[in-house]
Write a protein of this length. Structure first.
Length: 273
């Protein structure tokens, strides 16, 4: 009898270990703006280390969903769980501190300061020194500043911008600004990285490089990535699973090869071609 119980316990543990680790879970998320329902009763799970795609036509509610996840706006109803804990009512800075970082559809860099300074700003969430200590170089501020600068330079090297560390962000080409914004997001040391249309404005070769880069940082930092993107070939080739929104509602969530053949998705977004 004891031997049988041990076998059952081992089998149970193996089954549990083989199940995907859920890091982000939306339960019936809804967001209303007056009479407009931008996100309507949306539920999904995101697993650790996957690249999760979010697609749909303009106005489908994709960026609103990102704003809900990152605390820029609260949901009207529903729940959002990060590593099993409720975060739907937390402000954006506390969600960032937990390990959720994002980029924006419209790039939000500080154009008049250097690339290095832009990344350092993202890193300061994880420093312990107060502003007063920093201004007067009171320990541990000087040591932390040096460490922060070193880590920021390492991120610039990773995204291929180390040679332009001291150059103002506004002088960068569009694709390089995208990379810089990702470097700043990575400076937050996230566990989940949300990318809002990272390939927008890029030519085909840049999109191919971006796809390789996203895979690179996912593996290098052991990241989970959630991606909004209109470039269908990029999404289909990059993502493990894809959720499709239309008019704020979730049409389907599945593997790319299944999503692209879904009649409802073809009608709402992909088109007959």
């Amino acid at each position: 009898m004891l031997a049988l119980q041990i076998i059952i316990r081992i089998m149970s543990e193996n089954i549990t270990d083989s199940q995907p680790n859920i890091v982000l879970e939306a339960k019936n998320l809804t967001r209303r703006f007056g009479g407009l329902v931008a996100v309507n009763n949306v539920s999904f799970t995101v697993y650790k280390d996957e690249i999760f795609g979010l697609i749909g036509p303009n106005g489908a509610g994709k960026t609103t969903l990102f704003n809900l996840i990152t605390g820029f706006i609260p949901p009207s109803s529903g729940n959002l769980l990060y590593q099993g804990k409720e975060i739907s009512q937390k402000p954006s800075h506390k969600i960032a501190a937990l390990g959720i970082a994002r980029t924006f559809q419209n790039i939000r860099l500080f154009g008049e300061i250097s690339a290095l300074e832009n990344v350092i700003i993202g890193r300061h969430l994880h420093t312990n020194s107060s502003m007063i200590k920093g201004l007067f170089a009171i320990p541990p501020a000087p040591d932390e500043e040096q460490k922060t600068k070193k880590e920021a330079l390492e991120l610039l090297e990773l995204v291929g911008l180390i040679d332009r560390a001291e150059e103002k962000a506004r002088n960068f080409a569009y694709g390089d600004q995208r990379r810089l914004e990702i470097a700043r997001a990575l400076a937050l040391k996230p566990k989940i990285l949300l990318l809002d249309e990272p390939a927008a404005g890029m030519n085909p070769s840049e999109k191919q490089e971006l796809s390789q880069f996203i895979n690179k940082i996912r593996n290098y930092f052991d990241l989970t990535i959630v991606l909004i993107e209109h470039n269908v070939p990029l999404v289909m080739g990059l993502c493990n699973r894809i959720a499709v929104l239309n008019f704020g509602e979730l049409i389907t969530l599945d593997k790319p090869e299944i999503v692209k053949n879904n009649p409802a998705v073809i009608e709402a977004y992909l088109g007959n071609e």
